[in-house]
Ligand binder design. Structure first.
Ligand SMILES: [Zn+2]
Length: 140
C-alpha cells in the first residue's frame, strides 16, 4: 500500500505531494546533474501519476529529451523530467523520503570525492544509456 508524502523547496513556495510504495533513492552522476545540483542528483521513486506540485515551479529544457524543474523564488532543484515523467528531487522531502539508495546511474562518471558507500546497483554510462535512451547520443 502506498503512502502519501509531502515536501517543499528551500523557501517553501513550492509544495509537492506524491505517493510512495517503498521509498527508494536513485542517484545520477551525469555531467548535467552535477552542474545542476553540485552533487549527484538524488531522486525518489514515486507512484506513477501521483505527483502534485503547487507554487512558482519552473521548468528548464536542458536537452532535446529532458527538462529540469526548479523553484522560481529560491532556485531549489525540483525534478528531472523525461517522457512526461517527473523524478522528484529526494531532498524536497524530510529525511529524503526515508529510503535506501537503490541505484547509481553513470557510476563511472562519479568523481572520486563523491563516492557513495553501501551495497547498491552501479550502472555505467553504457548501461544507463541502454536503459533510458537506446538510440545513439550523448548521455545527457
Ligand atoms: Zn522556493
Amino acid at each position: 500500500m502506498s503512502e502519501q508524502i509531502q515536501g517543499q523547496c528551500l523557501c517553501g513556495a513550492v509544495q509537492v505531494t506524491a505517493a510512495v510504495d517503498q521509498p527508494r533513492l536513485r542517484a545520477c552522476h551525469c555531467d548535467m546533474c552535477r552542474q545542476h545540483t553540485s552533487g549527484a542528483f538524488f531522486s525518489l521513486e514515486t507512484v506513477a501519476g501521483s505527483i502534485a506540485v503547487t507554487g512558482p515551479a519552473r521548468d528548464y529544457q536542458s536537452s532535446d529529451w529532458a527538462s529540469r524543474g526548479f523553484c522560481g523564488a529560491c532556485g531549489s532543484t525540483l525534478w528531472y523530467q523525461m517522457d512526461g515523467t517527473r523524478n522528484l528531487s529526494a531532498g524536497l522531502f524530510p529525511d529524503a523520503g526515508g529510503g535506501m539508495l537503490k541505484v547509481e546511474f553513470f557510476a563511472d562518471k562519479c568523481p572520486q570525492g563523491y563516492a557513495l558507500a553501501g551495497q547498491h546497483k552501479k550502472m555505467t554510462t553504457k548501461e544507463t544509456i541502454a536503459l533510458f535512451a537506446p538510440q545513439d547520443g550523448d548521455a545527457k
